[in-house]
Design a protein around this ligand. Structure first.
Ligand code: SAM
Length: 281
């Protein structure tokens, strides 16, 4: 339904986890360290990678609400989290996980966040988080979302938002034309209106600051090399397909770039992490 397959999300998960900015993760953990219980909403959860990355660093007693509009990914999330757990039980509609010394209660909710994000932010939420999600949404959606967060005084931890910076080695003569066309595709409508794409983190920073939040940002680039051949090839294919849809680059140029990029020695794909907290917290 969403165009993000569980296979693609599994391929990127180990690199995502390594790339996250450790200092911001530590700030999030420190912010909540005195809580007895933490209730977290994960927007655009996919198959649950964000929980697997973040939960080990948070306090022992957690509840997560995983939200996505793709029912197949929610099924994958339940299965993958069950496998990840040391022990799990199904209690009503909740999956209860024991992992190391943590107890993590997980609920799954299908919702289209383009129209209903406010409805998933209530009911005692302590932290809103999302991974690789905000580059899909529009500037107007971000503005409304920041206001929704501020009304509820909710902190936001956003990881791995694409920032548009890419370096592929060795260089190829079509790199800049391909990247410009890829960015044009990034700005297309992903269901929320014309997407913020690489501008998303800056827009969220400005939006939250306007509501009196303290906002910290740190880079979280993917650094890929010969150990990541599968992911590099998938990125080359994904970028080529996206550029072809724009009609901005000739097919022969795309094919040549794609063949070369599938064999790239290395590439760095820029992302940013953001932690925003209402000022008096
Ligand atoms: C790049 S994937 C990231 C998934 C996951 N957070 C991860 O890091 O593996 C983006 C996710 O956003 C979800 N998504 C996209 N548009 C959505 C919408 N309108 N409502 C809810 N979820 C949406 C997709 O289904 C997908 O799971």
């Amino acid at each position: 339904m969403s165009g993000f397959s569980a296979e693609w999300l599994a391929l990127r998960e180990p690199v995502d986890h390594l790339s996250r900015a450790a200092a911001l993760r530590d700030s999030v953990a420190a912010h909540f360290k005195s809580c007895d219980h933490l209730s977290i909403v994960d927007l655009g959860c996919g198959s649950g990678s964000n929980l697997r990355a973040l939960a080990p660093d948070l306090i022992a007693n957690q509840s997560w609400r995983l939200v996505d509009y793709d029912p197949a990914l929610l099924v994958a999330a339940r299965a993958t989290l069950s496998d990840w757990a040391d022990h799990h039980t199904n209690e009503g509609d909740a999956l209860v996980i024991r992992k190391d010394a943590k107890r993590i209660e997980v609920r799954f909710r299908q919702a289209d966040l383009s129209t209903s994000v406010a409805s998933v932010l209530d009911d005692g939420v302590d932290l809103v988080t999302a991974t690789a999600f905000f580059d899909l949404v529009s500037p107007a959606w971000i503005e409304g979302f920041c206001a929704d967060l501020a009304r509820r005084r909710l902190p936001l931890f956003a990881t791995l938002t694409y920032n548009g910076e890419e370096t592929w080695l060795p260089p190829h003569s079509s790199d800049s034309a391909m990247l410009a066309a890829f960015h044009a595709h990034q700005a297309g409508d992903k269901g929320f209106g014309p997407a913020a794409g690489p501008a998303a983190t800056g827009l969220m920073q400005a939006g939250l600051a306007a509501h009196g939040y303290r906002v910290a940002i740190a880079p979280s680039p993917w650094r890929l090399d010969a150990a990541h051949k599968g992911l590099i090839a998938a990125l080359a294919d994904g970028a080529s397909g996206a550029v072809a849809e724009t009609g901005r680059v000739e097919a022969a140029v795309i094919d040549d770039w794609s063949a070369s990029r599938r064999q790239a020695q290395s590439c760095e794909i820029g992302h940013a992490d953001l932690f925003g907290v209402p000022n008096s917290d």
